[in-house]
Design a protein around this ligand. Sequence first.
Ligand code: SF4
Ligand code: SF4
Ligand code: FES
Length: 254
Amino acid sequence: MADNRKIHLKILRQDGPSETSTKRWEEFDVDWHPQMNVISALMEVQKNPRTADGKTVAPVCWESSCLEEVCGACTMLVNGKVRQACSALIDQVAPDGHLTLAPMTKFPLIRDLIVDRTRMFNDLKKVKAWIHLDGSHELGPGPRQSPENQEEAYPLSRCMTCGCCMEACPQVNGHSDFIGPHAISLVRLYNLHPSGKMHAAERLEALMGPGGVQDCGKAQNCVEVCPKEIPLVDSIAVVSRQTTKHMLFGWLLK
Ligand code: SF4
Ligand code: SF4
Ligand code: FES
């Protein structure tokens, strides 16, 4: 049952990339509805893009796709905390009716609440975060994966490349090349897989040297914000041990 409550949104806006546009805050009032989430509040603004002081403005831009916290597209700062907007229920994140929205700060801004997460996808290419197939011909059954191996792999496989961990990590900044926790954790995942193991050395080599796993400052902010509760700090420790071992003994395998 709807009542007359209003939600007051304060949104950090920018018409284009930082080189060409400047930031500004705009404020909007929208009607509250039961079970409303941040995306539905943004949709209300889109239907009637008039600021709280009565000015008609361009509709606010944001990105979303799955609307069930599996694609990561809607990641933004909701009342200062990085998270997915689609799973952020207004009654939980803004019980007093005041909602502040801003784009993530660690990625190039495209417009309003949309950022460009390409660097994360490039990092996946760098560490070969996939299982290689050498053709579509019949290869027979693959190697068996033990239940213990599956248990370790499953939580890691839930990463959706959303960017929360990158946003929270102090080592990911304009002055560093640190690859960040998500790619490191995916190296652990693919190196665990019985077929993925065949390319473990290449993955570890991509994480050795500047920008690699040793650049982690162990602040543990990443694990605090990961919406999928991926054990990122454990992954960093596991991969760090694997790279050290590879550095010392990898030449024996060549
Ligand atoms: S590790 Fe977690 S926070 Fe980082 S990209 Fe994956 S799902 Fe998002
Ligand atoms: S533990 Fe490492 S990857 Fe995680 S936030 Fe800290 S510095 Fe970043
Ligand atoms: S729209 Fe896919 S995670 Fe929110």
